[in-house]
Design a protein around this ligand. Structure first.
Ligand code: ADP
Length: 458
């Protein structure tokens, strides 16, 4: 499987997982919200019925007549109710009085039963299919033949003269029952509307989640893909860099083998070439290993305060011989106060030595290289300035890339591996330092390393 399809499959899998998890969360929370909404509405509706029933109950109870067949009295108390087994004229007012401001007045109906469960009176707007017998369950929900649901509440009524009734062979101390109910038409319509919103909204939300998952997984895969490509490029470059000296080394060895033993002088020259190529190879491999270890952060050595004054003066001294041989004027400018930075000393040495080596390497004979150390507030700046060939603007962005060389032939000829600045950047990053370049072709370059200082003896 090639890397492209591997990454595509990984992206797809990531998107599916993301969409799945988000989909489940969205569906569960949507369903939860739906249930919570329905339950709140239902509870609110039951509270409303209960409160109307309570008001009616309290105002009706003191007026109840002793007899359970009190047609005339009932008509006085409930002029708006139809009396059982009598012609009904629909003038609803009582239920209206008690539901004013609470809800739609036509929504409610009431029914009155005697203690035996016989229907005495009822609102003219009660559902037609309601049975005339009493179901004593407090809360009931039922559906009529025309599909409309009703919810009703039944409560006991006690008359002021109940004890009289009880004495008259009535074991049940209640006068009768008050039933108050309402249609669930509006409630059901609202629930259906919410269900529709969920039924349409959820698939839309899920498809949006799926699309954004695909996009987000693409974003998440990008740095991995980029780093994978860089890794592949690095492997290819490293293989290429290793192949060239190895090929020339093998060619030299083959040539040596063909030279007659007697020609010791030629053999010596060629063995020197082999040695030089061997060194170059080992140098390259050492650089590769160092870069890898810097990236893996595998060095367990703890950071220690390093004296930057010593670092600059030591390195200038070390490179003096090389600079003199190249006819380059190498100088350093160090402040009298000691400046310390927290870090790995050998790595910091390596970083600055790479910069000085480059400055000498890319400065023509008679040029100048100056290494300076300056302190500013909380940072120290080490600058390596040369009057060398300079670097073009386009190349300045790429010289810190691995194996990038502005002039490959020149760099190789001088033994450069193209890893010097990549190593310098890796070390700088590890020390939270900042390495930058300013350069002008034909005038020179200045590489500056800005590093945090931890201790300074003034
Ligand atoms: P190399 O081993 O080729 O020197 P580096 O990573 O150290 O590799 O540098 C990368 C490239 O940057 C070099 O090939 C060179 O072209 C350019 N470069 C680095 N330092 C300087 C400098 N001081 N002046 C001009 N060019 C430079």
């Amino acid at each position: 499987m090639n890397s492209y399809s591997l990454f595509r499959r990984s992206r797809l899998r990531l998107a599916l997982w993301y969409a799945g998890v988000m989909g489940v969360i969205l569906s569960v929370s949507g369903l939860g919200m739906y249930r919570a909404m329905v339950q709140t509405k239902w509870a609110g509706m039951e509270r409303e019925i209960e409160s109307i029933a309570g008001t009616l109950h309290d105002s009706v109870e003191p007026l109840l007549p002793p007899s359970e067949e009190p047609t005339a009295v009932l008509q006085q108390i409930f002029p708006d109710l139809c009396l059982s087994e009598q012609p009904c004229k629909a003038t609803p007012t009582l239920i209206q009085r008690h539901t004013i401001g609470i809800s739609d007045r036509t929504t409610y109906y009431i029914r009155l039963f005697n203690h035996q469960g016989k229907l005495l009176a009822f609102s003219p707007n009660q559902p037609l299919s309601l049975p005339p017998t009493l179901n004593r369950t407090s809360w009931q929900t039922f559906r009529t033949a025309n599909g409309i649901r009703y919810h009703q509440f039944t409560t006991i009524l006690h008359s002021a003269n109940t004890h009289t009734l009880a004495n008259e062979a009535n074991a049940d101390s209640s006068w009768g029952y008050l039933q108050i109910g309402r249609t669930l038409e509006h409630f059901d319509a609202e629930i259906r509307r919410i269900q529709w919103i969920i039924a349409i909204g959820l698939p839309i939300a899920l498809s949006l989640v799926a699309t954004s998952s695909w996009w987000l997984s693409g974003l998440a895969m990008q740095p991995i893909y980029h780093s994978y490509q860089q890794q592949q490029q690095f492997t290819a470059n490293a293989a290429h860099e290793l192949r060239s000296p190895l090929a020339s080394l093998l060619a030299t060895v083959e040539a040596i083998l063909r030279i007659p033993q007697s020609n010791q002088q030629d053999i010596q020259i060629m063995l020197h070439t082999v040695e030089r190529q061997g060194r170059r190879l080992s140098h390259l491999i050492a650089d590769l290993l160092l870069l890898t270890s810097l990236e893996q952060n595998s060095s367990s050595k703890p950071f220690q305060p390093c004296c930057l004054n010593d670092l600059v003066s030591d390195l200038t001294e070390e490179f003096l011989e090389l600079a003199t041989a190249a006819d380059i004027n190498l100088t350093c400018q160090i402040p009298t106060c000691e400046i310390y930075a927290l870090g790995n000393e050998s790595q910091l040495y390596r970083l600055v030595s790479n910069l000085i080596a480059n400055a000498i390497q890319y400065t023509p004979r008679g040029g100048y290289v100056t290494v300076s150390l300056v302190r500013s507030d909380y940072t120290a700046v080490i600058a390596v300035k040369d009057t060398g060939i300079g670097i073009g603007l386009a190349d300045q962005e790429r010289i810190f890339d691995r194996f990038y060389r502005v002039d490959s032939n020149r760099s190789r000829k001088n033994g450069g591996t193209g890893l010097g600045l990549a190593i310098a950047v890796a070390i700088a990053q590890k020390h939270q330092a900042h390495l930058k370049v300013e350069s002008q072709v034909g005038i020179g370059s200045i590489f500056t390393l800005e590093v945090k200082i931890v201790l300074s003896n003034t």
